[in-house]
Design a protein. Structure first.
Length: 332
């Protein structure tokens, strides 16, 4: 119990430190040129390249802390800490409607797609760092602060065919939930909705199709952002149509008779990546614990069954369950 408490306190401390770094220092480089709201790397007062330099400088300690906290316990703690830091950073930027109203580019959603690709590369780099660095960092840490938990049974490798199935399930479920949850562009409502949607989506995906490779699921926020922006770009011929519809939504509020923009298109890339990554890490961690608990319960049932027939049948069920799960895991 004390070991578990120690790791919880370490996780909380890591989340606080990384969120403070992101919210205090990175937010300064992301300030919009007109002082409005909505953080986007492609729309800052200091320019894209200087913004990227600052973000990379802040990303190094944030990712390092995430890798260390993940190596001590559950590797999913790393993506959660990093995702939470990005979530706090995007929350300090305020509502996304500021970005939509100040954008004067005809292809506004194309700009968001390009920025999303950049964040997608960051996510790929993060999971690669976890895959290669987890064992190295864990070997450098003292055994007294390391624990062997269920999350360590995950495999960090290049996703193969079977690993894409739960990612698609997560994408569909999270997309449907986010579509229902996101009703406006307020940062708190957007971030909580996206985090909850991907938490539900990732847990559903892992329970529906259990396998050991979480990388494809962790990349699903990137995929949903691309789909949402791509659909919006095809739907609106002129970005001024988006600004007009958004302005009507802001003025008339919850009046459902007003033509409304798809809520998925109102989420900025940073919000997708931060809240989506944190939600996926939470959902996957919960699902892994549920699966592990079911296996322990079946093993216990096999031991306490009375009579030769009952014990034999329970043992066979556990054996079959154990054989079926690695078969999917090997293909990742």
């Amino acid at each position: 119990m004390l070991v578990a408490l120690k790791h919880r306190l370490m996780l909380i401390a890591a989340a606080v430190v990384t969120s403070w770094l992101a919210g205090t220092y990175a937010s300064a480089a992301l300030q919009p040129p007109d002082g409005s709201t909505g953080f986007a790397v492609t729309s800052t007062a200091v320019g894209v390249w200087q913004t990227l330099a600052v973000l990379l400088a802040i990303a190094v300690p944030v990712v390092a802390i995430g890798l260390i906290i993940g190596a001590t316990d559950n590797p999913l703690a790393g993506p959660f800490v990093v995702g939470l830091a990005i979530t706090v950073l995007s929350w300090t930027g305020g509502s996304s409607d500021g970005w939509f109203m100040r954008t004067d580019q005809p292809g506004g959603f194309v700009t968001l797609i390009l920025e999303t690709i950049g964040w997608g590369l960051f996510l790929v780099g993060l999971v690669v760092a976890i895959g290669f660095g987890d064992r190295v960092i864990r070997g450098m840490l003292p055994d007294s602060i390391c624990a062997s938990r269920e999350g360590r049974k995950l495999t960090w490798a290049l996703p193969k065919r079977h690993a894409l199935i739960p990612a698609v399930i997560c994408l569909v479920v999270a997309g449907a939930c986010a579509y229902a949850f996101v009703r406006n562009s307020e940062p708190g409502q957007v971030l909580l909705s996206v985090m909850l949607a991907f938490g539900i989506g990732s847990m559903t995906a892992h329970l529906a199709y259990t396998q050991t490779n979480p990388i494809a699921i962790l990349l699903s926020p990137f995929a949903l952002a691309i789909v949402a922006y791509g659909y919006a770009a095809l739907r609106y011929d002129d970005f001024t149509q988006v600004q007009t519809a958004l302005n009507q939504m802001l003025v008339l509020g919850d009046d459902m008779t007003v033509p409304r923009i798809n809520g998925l298109a109102l989420v900025l890339p940073m919000q997708y990546v931060g809240a989506g990554l944190a939600g996926c890490a939470l959902g996957l961690s919960g699902a892994v614990n549920v699966v592990a608990g079911d296996k322990r319960e079946m093993v216990t049932s096999a031991r306490i069954q009375e009579g030769p027939t009952g014990g034999f049948m329970a043992a066979m069920w556990v054996s079959l369950t154990r054989k079926s799960t690695p078969k999917r895991s090997d293909e990742n």
